[in-house]
Design a protein around this ligand. Structure first.
Ligand SMILES: *Cc1c(COP(=O)(O)O)cnc(C)c1O
Length: 363
C-alpha cells in the first residue's frame, strides 16, 4: 500500500541544525525545544537524534510531554518549561531528574513542601518584558533567599524570554536584555535569554545557554529570511500524490464554493491531502505545490481530504505522481505565509493521519 500523505523527517538535518546553532553561539550550551511533539516532527526520534549529537538539555512544555520522552532513553536531562503544576508533578519531576523551570512563588511552595524534591534541578524564569510567564525582575533578591534556604537544590540558572526577537533591531529587545542584565548584576548563576530568533539575530542574547526550537527543524524564525540562507536545513518533507487528473473547459468551476473558475480548457489534478492532514484551509488559490520539479498553483478550496491544482505547467503529470506540499525546494515558511500563519503553527498542525518516516540520523 502506498501511503497517502507522508512526512519524511531527515534526522541528519536536525543534527546539522544543532551544529549550526553551536557555530552561531559557540560558547553556549544548548537546550533544544522539543515541545509539541518536536514541533510536529515526532518528539522521540527528534530527541534521540539531538541526544546522539550531544545536545545539553531537551525542553518540553509539560509533564505529559516529558513522560513521552521516557522511551527515548535520553542522556540529556529534560526541562519542563512551564514547571510543575501539582505536588504529584513535583514528586515525579524530582524522581525522574527533570529540570524544572519555576516561574511563580506558588511553584516554589510546591517544591518546598516536597521532601523528595530536596535535590531538584531548578531554573528561575524572569519576566523581562514578555509579560507572559516569569517572576518580576524585582523578585531576584527574594529568589536568592530561596536558593540560600535550599543549598541542595541544583540551580541551573536565570531564564528569560524575548517577545520580539524576530524583529530586526527593535528597542524592545534591547530593553529586555538590559533590564535582565541590570536585575542580575553581580548575581551568580548561568544565564539564558535566546530562542532561535534571539540567538540568530541578537548576538548579545547568546549567553551560557541558548534555547532553539524552530531553527533545529530547519525553518527560519526571521521574516523574509529563509532557513537555508541562515545555514539551516529543512528537516521535514510533506508529500502526497495525485489521485485524479481531469480536463475541464473554460468557465468550469472547481470544488466547494466554486472559488476557482477555469480560465481555459485545462487539466486539474486532485491531490490526496487536505485540512484533516494539516494543510490550512486558508491556503488560497495560487499557493504553490511542486509536481515533477515544477511549481503549480492551487485551484480551488482546500477540502478535508483533497486539494485541486492547476496542472497546465506540467501537462505530462500522471495519476500517482508525488506532490511536494512543503520541504526542501518549497519552504514551509512560504506556505505558512500564504496561509496567513507562521511556520510553527503549520508544523504543529500536522495530524495523526500523516504517515511519518525517519531517515538519516547517523553521526
Ligand atoms: C518554545 C520555547 C523556545 C524555543 O523557541 P523557538 O522560537 O522555537 O526557537 C525557547 N524558550 C522557551 C521558553 C520556549 O517556550
Amino acid at each position: 500500500m502506498i501511503p497517502r500523505v507522508t512526512a519524511t523527517v531527515n534526522l541528519s538535518a536536525i543534527q546539522h541544525n544543532l551544529r549550526q546553532v553551536r557555530r552561531l553561539s559557540p560558547g553556549s550550551r544548548v537546550m533544544a525545544a522539543v515541545k509539541a511533539d518536536g514541533y510536529g516532527h515526532g518528539a522521540v526520534p527528534v530527541s534521540r537524534a539531538l541526544d546522539e549529537a550531544g545536545v545539553d538539555c531537551l525542553a518540553v512544555a509539560c509533564m505529559e510531554e516529558a513522560q513521552e520522552l521516557r522511551e527515548a532513553h535520553l542522556r540529556a536531562p529534560v526541562a519542563l518549561l512551564e514547571g510543575v503544576l501539582s505536588p504529584e508533578e513535583a514528586a515525579l519531576a524530582a524522581y525522574e531528574g527533570m529540570h524544572v523551570v519555576v516561574h511563580a512563588f506558588w511553584q516554589i511552595d510546591l517544591l518546598e513542601a516536597m521532601p523528595s524534591a530536596s535535590n531538584i534541578a531548578v531554573w528561575f524564569k524572569l519576566d523581562s518584558g514578555m509579560h507572559r510567564l516569569g517572576f518580576p525582575l524585582d523578585a531576584v533578591p527574594r529568589l536568592r533567599q530561596v536558593l540560600a534556604r535550599h543549598p541542595s537544590w541544583r540551580f541551573q540558572g536565570w531564564m528569560t524570554h524575548l517577545a520580539r526577537a524576530d524583529e530586526p533591531d527593535v528597542a524592545a529587545t534591547r530593553q529586555q536584555i538590559e533590564a535582565y542584565d541590570a536585575a542580575l548584576a553581580g548575581v551568580p548563576g548561568p544565564r539564558s535569554i535566546a530562542n532561535s530568533a534571539g540567538l540568530i539575530a541578537w548576538p548579545e542574547a547568546r549567553r551560557d545557554w541558548v534555547r532553539p526550537g524552530l531553527a533545529l527543524y530547519g525553518a527560519s524564525p526571521l521574516p523574509g529570511r529563509s532557513g537555508a540562507e541562515l545555514g539551516f536545513q529543512p528537516a521535514l518533507r510533506l508529500e502526497s500524490r495525485i489521485l485524479a487528473i481531469r480536463t475541464y473547459e473554460a468557465g468550469d468551476a472547481i470544488g466547494y464554493g466554486a472559488s476557482y473558475v477555469c480560465p481555459d480548457r485545462m487539466p486539474i489534478g486532485v491531490v490526496a491531502v487536505g485540512y484533516a492532514d494539516g494543510i490550512h484551509r486558508a491556503l488560497p488559490n495560487g499557493a504553490p505545490v511542486v509536481v515533477r520539479g515544477r511549481r503549480v498553483p492551487l485551484a480551488g478550496r482546500v477540502s478535508m481530504d483533497m486539494i485541486t491544482v492547476d496542472l497546465r505547467a506540467v501537462p505530462e503529470a500522471q495519476v500517482g505522481d508525488p506532490v511536494l506540499i512543503f520541504g526542501e525546494g518549497l519552504p514551509a515558511e512560504e506556505i505558512a505565509e500564504r496561509a496567513g500563519t507562521i511556520v510553527y503553527e503549520l508544523f504543529c498542525g500536522l495530524t495523526n493521519r500523516v504517515r511519518f518516516r525517519y531517515v538519516g540520523g547517523d553521526l
